[in-house]
Design a binder for this molecule. Structure first.
Ligand SMILES: [Cu+2]
Length: 252
């Protein structure tokens, strides 16, 4: 009974004080529905398991040979239930990653580095310039190692805050310069590891303008606690003005 009381107490406390963070993305409601479905099913199963245990203790039946279906039928039912939950979750995961973004989506590169986030926009040519690890030099103003010999890189915009327009799909390509970092924006229901040597795409549509915290969710070193940045979602016209100002600054 004590473990069950702790579970029930934790659940009540989480409902009363924590809840899910505010949702500012278009795919968020589906993710939230799935999370809560998981929570209710697990809570129901935990309650059922404890009830069976309690009835067993009170009845104090003599041990007798049980037939196979008493053990295997509940196990089969659980296997089917968890397969259903897994497939449902996999569909949500795939919708943001494997199906690919719309061709009109805004392209932004997200790069994690001990202990900062950098964001790169492809500029007026809509093409990212080539980067080379040996050119990475944050002190000289080239934290991502953009190759000056490649013309596509000349108009690339690199920022330390992620600025996005509301109600337009965004295709993020996430990678890391050193160790594994975790790119996470709770209000956008986004969480994706940044893995060195890999470019991982994730696409979503922010819907509510505002400022949101970007966190690193992988313990990536001594400075992990201060590895954060801001996501600023702007109305379309304000975002266009911001981007134009940034482009002018790069061309100067
Ligand atoms: Cu990190």
């Amino acid at each position: 009974m004590i473990p069950f009381s702790i579970q029930l107490g934790t659940f009540a406390l989480s409902l009363a004080t924590w809840g899910l963070p505010f949702d500012a993305s278009t795919h968020g409601p589906a993710v939230d529905r799935h999370l809560l479905l998981n929570l209710w099913i697990i809570l129901g199963l935990a309650a059922l398991a404890h009830l069976i245990l309690l009835v067993g203790l009170i009845a104090r039946r003599r041990a007798e040979a049980t037939s196979w279906h008493v053990e295997y039928l509940p196990l089969a039912a659980l296997a089917i239930l968890f397969a259903f939950l897994t497939i449902r979750a996999e569909r949500l995961w795939a919708a943001a990653r494997y199906t690919g973004a719309d061709l009109s989506a805004l392209q932004v590169q997200v790069v994690g580095e001990q202990f900062a986030w950098y964001f790169r926009y492809p500029g007026t040519d809509y093409t990212f310039g080539v980067t080379k690890p040996q050119l990475v030099d944050a002190g000289a103003g080239n934290p991502l190692g953009i190759d000056p010999a490649d013309n596509h890189g000349a108009d690339d915009i690199v920022t330390s805050e992620l600025v996005l327009p509301a109600n337009r799909e965004v295709d993020l390509r996430i990678n890391s310069l050193d160790v594994i970092h975790g790119f996470s924006v709770p209000e956008m229901r986004l969480k994706q590891n940044a893995v060195p040597g890999m470019t991982i795409h994730i696409h979503f549509t922010p819907k509510v303008p505002g400022t949101y915290a970007i966190l690193c969710t992988q313990v990536c070193g001594m400075g992990h606690y201060r590895m954060n940045a801001n996501l600023r979602v702007l109305p379309a016209e304000k975002f266009a003005a911001w981007l134009t100002a940034k482009q002018k600054a790069v061309q100067r």
